[in-house]
Design a protein around this ligand. Sequence first.
Ligand code: 2HA
Ligand code: ZN
Length: 315
Amino acid sequence: MDVRDLLDQGVTRARDAVSSVAVETRPFVRALVRLCDDGWGQGWHERNGGNASYRLTDEDVRSCRACFHEQPRPWQPLDAAVPAMAGEHLLVTAAGSYFRNVADDPSRALGIVEVDGAGASWRPVWGFAGDGRPTSELASHVIIQGARKEATAGASRVVYHCHPVPVIALTFALPADGRTLTRALWKTMTECIMVFPGGVGAVPTAVPGSRRLADLTAEAARDHAAVIWAHHGLLATGATCDEAFGLAHVVVKAAAIYAEVRALCGGEPAFPLSDDDLAELARGLGVTPRADYLGWPAQRPGPAGAASAASSREG
Ligand code: 2HA
Ligand code: ZN
């Protein structure tokens, strides 16, 4: 190897090191690193469980574009076309990365991908050090980010997936039905209805990383900020990492209380909160809860047959 090659290698390495640190210190990267670290601390991320993404603002992209790869990497198909995500950049966890290690080495555990002008391909522009690649759920993140972006007029930027025991356990006790799960959670703590007035969505058991799981989640995410995956975990979204993590935290806490109450009561919890109580709480807290999750949904026959069967299960 001649001197010129050695020098070029040195310059490239130095540039990579500077780019890593420069991007790692950006507030949006620090916020996602902290979310990962906090999720690890909560015990929601065994092994490589979980993944997360943040959709960059134009200002975020401007602030670190100088640190993106000098040589553009090839575009790779997404397995989905998501026009709402055309031209967006996502900071996303790396495939196989352990949340417990994210804070130690953000540019290895995370990376930024750019979505092309059709919303159908992606390429890495920063991070994933050591030949890493984005999470196997990248297509899911793009699809779900797109659904939440549209549902919130562009406000939603964070998609966070975790494996909390109380939420997974809840899906053994109750059916994977948004209305049933939402009502059980709303009735555990008076502030749940304020934190997620739109309720939680639900997806039945599906293969992790599959297109079916992504599509069902995106459908549920059109009108829910959080979606419970039966026998798998939770997906929470928000405008900021605080919002997405906070939402996950409240859902997990409510699910844990539900389990505790069932254990204490020896089976079905006798919910002290009626629908009228929930409606009054919502009024007092200044939120408008999803109407078909309070009282009997319009499409159901009621209140005699179906309703009494449902109420014995849901309270
Ligand atoms: O990325 O949690 O659902 C690991 C997972 C897949
Ligand atoms: Zn998972």
